[in-house]
Design a protein around this ligand. Sequence first.
Ligand code: PEP
Length: 252
Amino acid sequence: MKKLIAGNWKMNGNLAANEALLRDIAAGLPAQPACAVAVCVPAPYMAQFKAMVAAVPVLSGIDLGAQDVSSQQSGAFTGEVSAAMLKEFGCRYAIVGHSERRHYHGETDAVVADKAKAALAAGITPIVCVGETLAEREAGQTGEVVKRQLAAVIHTNGHCISEIVLAYEPVWAIGTGKTATPEEAQAVHAVLRTQLKAATDQVARVKILYGGSMNASNAASLLAQADIDGGLIGGASLKAPDFLKIIAAANA
Ligand code: PEP
């Protein structure tokens, strides 16, 4: 399966910094990357991304993603951005259920499942994040937690589950510099793959990304695991040389 390397810029950047970052990525991007590449930018910068693709054609090899999407279609939902709006700006992906949204915004498994449904209905691929906290890992609950989070998305989306991208992001590894070992990550990915297999006969279509302090030095060993189909990259996606090295590791 073609791997996917997706950057999550989170709430970082400004017009000048984004332009410099995208130009530096474009300069180092292989002419024909063997993996798919995406950047999930803050919503106000989607127009800038579109304009830059027109100015720097090699950037058309990078897909645009959002970091969140509303579960609602339209109406009195102040501050929300609908999937149809994202689609108008050429978004291919929308992250849903990132642990920062679950933690700071109280997003439940059911809300995350509804967001995935709204994205799919608009033709956007949700990148559905699941992952356990450190306390849950230490209590031996990792499998149970990620299975519960994925089960909600399967329940709400039925056979469309084969259209999602799944991202295993252990909460204790996000932005902390602590990474799951390749073996730890692979074990959870295998659990998720088995759960998907029971839900769809199209499991071969579903990429399962790893996220959590993936960087230029650890990417190759994580991406070499049988069930790791790419990466969701936070901090390292803001540094062009690091992001390019991760892309190179996925191409190897
Ligand atoms: C993320 O935000 O999804 C993430 C994995 O962040 P980081 O790579 O910085 O840990």
